[in-house]
Design a protein around this ligand. Structure first.
Ligand code: PMP
Length: 366
């Protein structure tokens, strides 16, 4: 018998870790609302309501090498991503979701006690991942409209204990993008600048083309949103070849499954279909914003992503969220801090928007 308790062997910084608040699958939501799964309107995770390209299902059905390990060097995947973004493949690292690229970056960058700068409020994974890696986050508040506070962010980046700044553009959950000229200012700071473009295909401007000229720029992308592959887990990072090389060596060798790789290749061979669907989502975003703005007391923010952050009447965020959930409509609610009065709603199909708006009209009366 070992004398030490199991938890004495776990790293202290992980003992108090709160699990990431991830979304529940549709069957759990259906059980919560007491309705059949087919009636759930799931607008809480910015998933693509149109699903993947039809070429994905066909390519998955035709996979012939499931008994063999996938390619650890990601040759075909890196080449296809490189062609899609217009960069050579040595800039590309493919991950098990962009979440894995975030984790690999932080593991590669952060020694105990070192920090990343985090432009809050934002995607919770950045602070979570930094904590798991034994690092710290230095939060810099966004302004009242959730725009990046460039001066304060640059100042934070120049601190000697800071290795990187990470921010999403468009930002989750506020939907606003950071202007390329602001990103250029950040690139002058003495740290790595990680721009998470998970939602860029919904009409925002990308800085991916700047990667070759700026060795301290990293751009993250995902196939979860635009390509409808959230369930298969595939994303990628674009960065200086020498950093890509570190990540390629440090990653688990078979980090993208053959299914993920196959789906990535099929998606990037069907960009027109995916862009056409993104166009439908962009049009529906405008319609949804108009409908939300028409509800007394509800204030939707402009968005360049596939979701809208909307302010509810003061103190009513939780009640409206719960009222929607009881009616089978699931959105994202933030219990704490500046977002307590806000709900984030993913842009779904026109039918889902109609269900949401009907439920919202009722929930506002609860
Ligand atoms: N970045 C942002 C800003 C996100 O909102 C998300 C998903 N919610 C991700 C990254 C994670 O994407 P993936 O599914 O590729 O891990």
């Amino acid at each position: 018998m070992a004398r030490r308790r199991v938890l004495d062997m776990v790293q202290p910084h992980l003992l108090g870790l709160d699990a990431y608040e991830a979304v529940d699958p549709p069957e759990a939501l259906a059980a919560r609302a007491g309705i059949p799964e087919s009636e759930v309107v799931k607008l809480n995770a910015n998933e693509n309501p149109y699903g993947p390209s039809p070429k994905v299902a066909k390519a998955l059905a035709e996979m012939r090498r499931i008994h063999l390990y996938p390619d650890p060097a990601q040759v075909a995947a890196r080449e296809a991503v490189g062609r899609y973004v217009g960069l050579s493949q040595e800039h590309v690292v493919v991950g098990n979701g962009s979440d894995e690229i975030i984790d690999l970056l932080f593991r590669s960058l952060l020694a105990p006690g070192e920090a990343i700068v985090n432009a809050v409020p934002t995607f919770g994974m950045y602070a979570f991942s930094a904590q798991v890696c034994g690092g710290r986050t230095l939060p810099v508040e966004r302004d009242a409209r959730f725009a990046l506070n460039v001066k304060a962010t640059v100042d934070a980046c120049n601190r000697p204990d800071v290795k990187a700044v990470i921010f999403a553009s468009p930002n989750n959950p506020s939907g606003n993008a950071t202007a390329p000229q602001d990103i250029l200012r950040l690139l002058e700071a003495d740290c790595l600048v990680i721009v998470d473009e998970a939602y860029v295909e919904f009409d925002a401007r990308s800085v991916a083309s700047l990667v070759p000229q700026h060795p301290n720029l990293v751009v993250l992308r995902t196939l979860s949103k635009w390509a409808g592959l959230a369930g298969l887990r595939v994303g990628y990072g674009l960065m200086a070849p020498e950093l890509a090389d570190v990540l390629m060596r440090a990653k688990p060798p078979y980090n993208i499954s053959q299914a993920a790789e196959t789906a990535l290749l099929a998606s990037l061979a069907d960009v027109d279909t995916l862009n056409e669907r993104a166009g439908r989502i962009i049009a529906e975003r405008a319609r949804l914003a108009g409908l939300l703005a028409g509800v007394p007391g509800v204030n939707p923010l402009p968005s360049e992503a596939n979701f809208i952050l909307a302010r509810m009447p003061q103190g009513r965020g939780k009640v409206v969220y719960e009222g929607l959930a009881r009616r089978g409509v699931f959105v994202r609610y933030y219990a704490r801090g500046v977002l307590a009065d806000y709900l984030r709603v993913s842009v779904g199909t026109p039918e889902q928007t109609d269900r949401l708006m009907a439920a919202l009209a009722e929930a506002m009366e609860d």
